[in-house]
Unconditional design. Structure first.
Length: 197
């Protein structure tokens, strides 16, 4: 009984210690988080604004050309229909922002760059390959047997940015826009050998 009482009497001291640790953690977190809670841009949570969606896609498109597609595994794993896959756009957006945090933010550090190269980039490449790596632009054409699917290498189909941004901003809960004949021809010209999704 005396031992149990001793344990109960120690609880206020332990709570004070825990409160101190929580305060230290809050200070450390505030020191590394951007002011105003800017957070991470999410394609899946963008406001329904075509201009914003287009700006996000255009910036991502530039980053894909400048950074992401310089890695052979990334270039091989990005299907030409990447814009038609919201989960792929989301993966690429957060990876782009992690890259900026590792290389350009005020608190950029070599450990962040190491994480980007060792864990983040290979993980995104793997998930994109799993999600859409065997897909093609042709798979986004309507067919009676299925519903439509929701040196750097050139990023496929720049002309699709505007219609995809508009669709995502205003009608994202419906099927995406149909690929144009020109987009299909471009995809056929750049088709990489792979099976269908």
């Amino acid at each position: 009984m005396h031992g149990e009482l001793g344990e109960l009497l120690a609880i206020p001291a332990r709570l004070d210690e825990l409160a101190g640790l929580v305060a230290q953690l809050a200070e450390a977190t505030a020191a590394v988080c951007p002011p105003g809670g800017a957070g991470v841009v999410s394609w899946l949570a963008l406001p329904p604004d075509a201009t914003t969606a287009y700006e996000v896609l255009a910036e991502l498109f530039d980053w894909l050309h400048q950074v992401y597609l310089r890695y052979p595994d990334a270039a091989a794993g990005l299907p030409e229909c990447w814009l038609w896959h919201p989960e792929v756009v989301e993966e690429l957006l957060w990876l782009q922002q992690a890259w900026r945090a590792a290389y350009h933010d005020e608190h950029a550090a070599v450990s962040l760059a190491g994480d980007w190269h060792d864990r983040y980039r290979p993980g995104v490449v793997r998930r994109i390959t799993t999600a859409a790596g065997r897909c093609s632009l042709d798979n986004h054409q309507p067919r009676p047997d299925r519903s439509p699917l929701g040196g750097a290498v050139a990023v496929p189909l720049a002309d699709a940015l505007e219609p995809i941004a508009s669709w995502w901003a205003t009608h994202r809960n419906t099927a995406g826009p149909l690929p144009t004949p020109e987009q299909l021809a471009t995809a056929a010209h750049h088709q990489r050998p792979r099976g269908r999704r």
